[in-house]
Design a protein around this ligand. Structure first.
Ligand SMILES: CC(C)(COP(=O)(O)OP(=O)(O)OC[C@H]1O[C@@H](n2cnc3c(N)ncnc32)[C@H](O)[C@@H]1OP(=O)(O)O)[C@@H](O)C(=O)NCCC(=O)NCCS
Length: 189
């Protein structure tokens, strides 16, 4: 994942409430800022996330993946604090080489003003530049805000696996898989 035009970031984006956020590529200096961000996400929501990103080792692993080019990641900042995180990760198998997984988390104080939408549209463009044709989003059925968000951005529900995944506390939940075709030109919003 490396075809990012140099001039693209950082860029300033104005949200629906007038807040200006700086959107930039995540870098190796972000470790502490990312920890602070993920530790600030309400615990009731964090249990549904794929990894426990309040652990320093988990953030380090993420930054290693970034360094090795396995991950493409954007952060949104306000006053030098991360308020949004969006990642794009290619699926490792050959037959899924045109597919990447997206993930987005937004600080509770900056929601419903279009930040996730903006970050995901940035990822759509980056993914197209990388030759990605299909985006995949996986979430637990309780993550209704995320399901609505992805629907709004043109993702379609593709699969539902009853009780397949476990949250961070070990409780089982249904897994929802949604996809979006990036080769279709239609714009939402
Ligand atoms: C899901 C999440 C990323 C949305 O972030 P956000 O910045 O608030 O989203 P946006 O403001 O861009 O919302 C875009 C649209 O998504 C939908 N949406 C977002 N949050 C919603 C909610 N709580 N309930 C219903 N619809 C919602 C709406 O259609 C919204 O448009 P509208 O505000 O004009 O109605 C955020 O709630 C979050 O971080 N949740 C916890 C982590 C998570 O579940 N991440 C997804 C894992 S892939």
């Amino acid at each position: 994942m490396s075809n990012i035009p140099a001039a693209r970031y950082p860029k300033t984006v104005k949200l629906k409430d007038g807040t200006e956020v700086l959107v930039r590529l995540m870098d190796q200096e972000d470790q502490d800022r990312l920890l602070e961000f993920f530790r600030g996400i309400p615990e009731a929501e964090r249990v549904f996330l794929r990894e426990d990103l309040t652990r320093r080792e988990a953030i380090e692993a993420r930054l290693r993946a970034l360094e090795r080019g396995r991950l493409l990641a954007l952060v949104a900042e306000v006053d030098d604090r991360i308020v949004g995180d969006a990642t794009l990760q290619r699926r490792p198998t050959h037959w899924l080489r045109h597919v990447a997984e997206v993930h987005v988390v937004v600080d509770a104080a900056h929601r419903r003003v279009g930040l996730a939408h903006n970050l995901l549209y940035e990822l759509f463009d980056l993914a197209r530049d990388e030759g990605i044709e299909t985006l995949l989003a996986e979430m637990m059925s309780e993550q209704q805000a995320a399901i609505r968000l992805f629907e709004r951005l043109g993702f379609k529900g593709e699969a539902f696996f009853r009780g397949l995944v476990k949250d961070l506390r070990g409780k089982k939940h249904d897994l929802v898989i949604m996809t979006r075709d990036l080769t279709a030109k239609r714009r939402f919003w």
